[in-house]
Ligand binder design. Structure first.
Ligand SMILES: Nc1nc2c(ncn2[C@@H]2O[C@H](COP(=O)(O)OP(=O)(O)OP(=O)(O)O)[C@@H](O)[C@H]2O)c(=O)[nH]1
Length: 288
């Protein structure tokens, strides 16, 4: 059985950094893993590990912009449509990887997740090839500094989940930027930082955060904005689909917890046959 994790989320959410940490963790656990780059605009320095499959070998944003005269956004859409028309290229590239774990770093264009057919078609093709797929969707902890921004992140995660229809995990990345000491005067929500006691209301989004923010001018002065917020509160209450796992890359436990959830979601290892003694190599035995 092959496994693929699509690492998705808005630009700058920490996808490539998480992909690198994920690779390191799997390799340390002696699991065969490979990085796949599906961002035609990625710079070679973005990756801690060399991608074994790189969309830029098929089509790159620079070439599309240079040769066809597209701008950056139209150029990216062109690249994904080109990939969809050439899925046999990806199929051939994937052919060489058996029993492996593929970490697929996706681009940060939000419309790809909400209404473009690229990712659903990609996921269907991977499943057709017998690859078990799940997606993680990252938003960064700074979204919690502004509750409107945060709920727009929740809605984008919800929209992407509904669009993609595969096993799915939402991750709150860059938790190292959230401070935790209530006695530290710099750890003050007014400084844009949130104390950990409030975090639970964001990780499991509490719509009441949006319903009543005291002193927010827009709520009081703009009844249509207020009504929109009420409708969003109702939507989240009626469809509590989104919750976030916190990811703090300074903490091995935090990374391990996220990876355990991914393994569980993909039912990793459930089809593994028990190894016969002659299949084991010397490294499988440890001196206690
Ligand atoms: N403090 C902190 N910074 C991080 C973390 N993860 C990523 N960053 C920083 O956030 C920035 C963006 O990280 P990337 O991993 O390139 O994010 P990305 O989602 O792959 O970005 P795009 O490919 O442009 O969409 C970089 O400056 C990283 O160093 C984290 O866990 N903590």
């Amino acid at each position: 059985m092959r496994y693929a994790v699509l690492i998705t989320g808005p630009a700058g959410a920490g996808k490539s950094t998480f992909a690198g940490a994920f690779m390191t963790h799997l390799q340390t656990s002696r699991r065969t893993s490979h990085l796949v780059n599906l961002d035609p605009a990625a710079s070679p320095t973005s990756f801690e590990y060399e991608p074994v499959i790189d969309i830029k070998d098929l089509v790159s944003l620079d070439d599309v912009m240079g040769e066809l005269g597209y701008g950056p956004n139209g150029g990216l859409v062109y690249c994904f449509e080109y990939l969809l028309q050439n899925m046999d290229w990806l199929e051939e590239e994937l052919g060489g990887f058996e029993d492996d774990y593929l970490i697929i770093d996706c681009p940060g264009q939000i419309e790809l997740y909400t209404h473009h057919p690229f990712l659903p078609t990609l996921a269907q093709n991977l499943s057709r090839l017998g690859i078990r797929v799940c997606a993680v969707y990252l938003i960064e902890s700074q979204f919690m500094e502004d509750r409107y921004k945060f709920f727009s992140g929740v809605l984008s995660a919800m929209s992407a989940m509904v669009n993609l229809e595969i096993p799915w995990i939402n991750i709150m990345s860059k938790m190292d930027l959230v401070t935790s000491n209530p006695d530290d005067p710099s750890d003050d929500p007014r400084n844009g930082l949130r104390q950990r006691k409030n975090i639970a209301r964001y990780l499991d989004p509490d719509p009441l955060l949006l319903a009543a923010e005291p002193g927010k001018e827009a709520n009081v002065q703009n009844p249509r904005f207020h009504a929109l917020n009420q409708a969003i509160v109702q939507l989240i209450e009626d469809h509590p689909l989104v919750s976030f796992l916190p990811l703090d890359l300074r903490s091995p436990d935090s990374l391990e917890t996220v990876i355990s959830h991914i393994d569980y979601t993909m039912q990793y290892g459930e089809d593994e046959e028990p190894k016969e003694p002659h299949d084991l190599d010397a490294g499988d035995f440890h001196e206690e």
